[in-house]
Design a protein around this ligand. Structure first.
Ligand code: GRF
Length: 214
């Protein structure tokens, strides 16, 4: 039987779309948004995937929202909950409930630049290399065992938008890949909290030097 996932979104859902387009050996049981008219919802519905909205503004307290969200998710009994641009911070209870079953993509090379406006943070810091990270979620914001990362150069003429678009293209590559490894049972947690991906040939081991030149 194929593993079931539920995807959580808050916006346009381009990562969700990349996951759906990848033909992964898993079932997307539902897409759930905290924002009623999130663009990604329509996209998912058009592909015949059940969608639901749990609007955080209807809940006075974070704990009540999280409880309602958990109920909406657990209705589909997923083995993995996939955060794809889901812009809410969870209670420790929520994170504990999905321990080891909650995965996220963050648009920076963690542990650098947690939080919001990561491309702005990267430009302000003057880093030459930026990127994105797929990681399992822990109690600490934008932190947790790393599954995959992709790096891009930061160019002198970059704006937040240009850099963001370059990183987003990488997000669309590594998130489906990480989920495929998960679905194939190839992610192993090491005792020290790191993750090993089984049976991946050593590749991409060259260096990215920015700026390049003699
Ligand atoms: C992505 O950059 C994701 O890493 C971040 O929010 C953005 C969501 O984009 N957390 P989309 O909704 O997947 O297009």
């Amino acid at each position: 039987m194929r593993a079931r996932i539920v995807i959580l979104i808050s916006g346009r859902g381009s990562n969700m779309a990349a996951i759906l387009a990848a033909g992964l050996p898993l079932e997307v049981a539902a897409v759930i948004s905290n924002v009623p008219h999130a663009g990604g919802l329509e996209l998912a519905a058009a592909q015949g995937i059940p969608t639901a909205v749990v609007d955080h503004r209807q809940y006075a307290e974070r704990a009540a929202f999280d409880a309602a969200l958990m109920a909406a998710i657990d209705r589909h009994a997923p083995q993995l909950v996939v955060l794809a641009g889901f812009m809410r911070i969870f209670t420790p209870q929520f994170v504990a409930h999905y321990q080891g079953r909650l995965i996220n993509i963050h648009p920076s090379l963690l542990p650098a630049f947690p939080g919001l406006h990561t491309h702005r943070q990267a430009l302000a810091a003057g880093v030459r290399i930026h990127g994105c990270t797929v990681h399992f979620v822990t109690d600490q914001l934008d932190h947790g065992p790393i599954v995959a990362q992709a790096a891009v150069p930061v160019l002198v003429e970059d704006t937040e938008a240009l850099l963001g678009a370059r990183v987003l293209r990488c997000e669309h590559e590594i998130y489906p890949r990480a989920l495929r490894w998960w679905a194939e049972g190839r992610l192993a947690s090491l005792q020290d909290g790191r993750i090993r991906v089984r049976d991946v040939p050593l590749q991409g081991a060259g260096s990215l030097i920015v700026p390049e030149g003699p």
